[in-house]
Structure formats: C-alpha cells, structure tokens
Design a binder for this molecule. Sequence first.
Ligand code: KG4
Ligand code: ZN
Length: 349
Amino acid sequence: MSCVLGIETSCDETGVAIYDTTSGLRAHQLFSQIARHAEYGGVVPELASRDHLSKLAPMVAATLEEAGMSPEALDAVAYTAGPGLIGALLVGASFAAGYARALGKPLVPVHHMEAHLLAPMLDNEAPDFPFVALLVSGGHSMLVDVRALGDYEVIGNTLDDAAGEAFDKTAKLLGLPYPGGPALAALAADGDDARFALPRPMMSRPGIDFSFSGLKTAVLMCVRDLQGIARDASPRPGDTLAAQDRADLAASFQAATVDTLAGKCLRALDQTGRNTLVIAGGVGANRRLRETLRTRCEARNATVFYPPMQYCTDNGAMIALAGALRSDLATRDYTIRATPRWPIGTPMP
Ligand code: KG4
Ligand code: ZN
C-alpha cells in the first residue's frame, strides 16, 4: 500500500490528508471548530457532527487537488474509527466506507490514540521501535510501552482527569476561554511558577499512574483564598483575579503538571529499560513540557521525540500515516464501524 487518504472526525477537528509511503505527506487540510464551540465553553457533540458533515466532502476534494491527484490514484482510505464522540466518528466512518467502496479500494479503521503515538514518524527524524509513549490529550493521559507496530501495552493511566482536561478545567477557573490548554500556557509565560506550592500528585509513592483532580482542587483553593472567600464557597469568575495572580497561578499549575508528567515518564523508562520516549496528543504541544522532558531525558541518555507542532493536536495526517503503516488492518468489508470506547492495544470492539 502506498498512497492513503486519512480522515479524522473524532472530536472538534475535521482533518483530511494524503500520506505516501515513498514520498511522505502529500497534502493536508484541517478545519478547527473551536470558534463554534467556544461560546458554550466546551465541545457540543451534535454541533460537532453537523460541522464535520458539511466540511468533510469539500475538504477531501481540496486535499486531492492540493496533492494533484485523482481519487482513483489512492490505494486505500483510512479513517478514525474510535475512540471519540460517536456522532462525530460516524460522519467520518460513513464517508470513508462509502468513498472506499465506490473507488473499490480497501478501508482502514484507525485507532485515534495509535495515530497520535505514530505521529512523530511524520517528522524527518523518526523514532525507532521499541519506545515508551506518553499520550496526553483532552480525553487521555497514559503511558504506553510500544514494543513494535501494533504491539502496545498500557503501563500507566490516569485515575481521574486527563492532563488536557486538567488544563482545560483549570483554565476555566482562571476565566480563560475554551480550549483552555493553549490559553493557560500563554498566560503562564508571564507568571512566577514558584509562587504557589501546588502538589505533584502521585509522585510521593511508587508507580506510573496519574491523578489530576487533586491538583485542580488545589488551584480552586488558591483562587478562593485570593478572592478572600470561604474555601467551600462558589468561586467568583477567575477574570476577577488580579492579572499577576492569574499568571502566577497558571505558571504554578503548569509547572506542577509538567513536573508530574515528566517524573512519570522517567519512571516508565526505568521500568521498561527503554531509552526512547515519544510524546503525543494535544498537551504534547506544551512548550514547557517539551523543554523539561528534553533536559531530563538528555541527563539520562534517553532521546525524546515529538510530532511536528501542528500534528500534536488532532489532524488527518496522523490518520493517513497510521493507515499506511497498519496495512494489516485494511479490509474490503465496508460495514460502517465506529466505537466511542476502545482501549489501545486491543482489537476493535
Ligand atoms: O489531542 P487533542 O487535540 O484532542 C483530543 O484527542 O483530546 O488534545 C486536546 C487537548 C485539550 O485539552 C487542549 O487544552 C490541550 O490538548 N492542549 C494543550 C496545549 N495545546 C493543546 N495543553 C497544554 N498546553 C498546550 N500548549
Ligand atoms: Zn486526539
């Protein structure tokens, strides 16, 4: 298989791309629905599905035009089959199945998190197997032992919130707009990360699981203290805080989260005996996380790989790449298949 069309519609990004196993990424289109969901403070699933529906077909045409290709020249159609929002997934799955069937080409159902962890291979300097992957997005925080292509074991997981979710919820507390992660990171740049002594959850005991809900609560306590209200009172909107207080809280939260994530990554390398680390998922776009891990991995003679910045968050390029690499999953069964829950490393439910 050489030239694969990839379709991503699992959440609030419509992504379409064409990846060629000989020449690499040939075309890439992305439409973000962020503006549509911002007024609701989070993704509204029904609106997401409708938007994918109106954007997908024209974006596929535009991607083929960008690559200078006819649909017949494609070798397969890959799409995100899960996990994700079911309505949103079904838009991509229906389109992909119909398109592949009409062209008489194989269909490749791709696991969204597998695509995230393979995304660093879109870069010229790609990691070799085996490696440890830290997958940190809005819905997941996990450490995966990647033994080979398709051979994955989850060795650490979050007990409550995902890292991206913690960024988003904390950002909301500070009165920042959705999606909070990038906004909080920008605010943190002007803050003092040592002003608030926030916990490093689960670092004081052995193991590589995460927990972020306590950290979020600790920020909430600081907000109430700064607002001079009781610790069990409803906090006032975060934008009533003084600008420097907000920036210092953002910086302290980011430092605690990054410290915890980095600490667990190093433990995972120790536990598995690997010396290659891959960071993937939306939170992988966080510069502080990138810098911290680069320094700590260097000190340990381990190498860290990141996807190119624009392929950290959801995109079609990683789906096209995963589809091209996982040709073993290609099928001519055009049943429309999508699943909201699908543990990585297991067959599609
Ligand atoms: O992988 P992704 O695009 O979508 C999911 O599959 O969830 O990840 C989105 C998450 C959001 O929670 C967003 O706030 C977070 O990644 N994020 C960041 C940054 N950029 C995106 N978090 C921290 N710092 C960033 N620079
Ligand atoms: Zn994602």
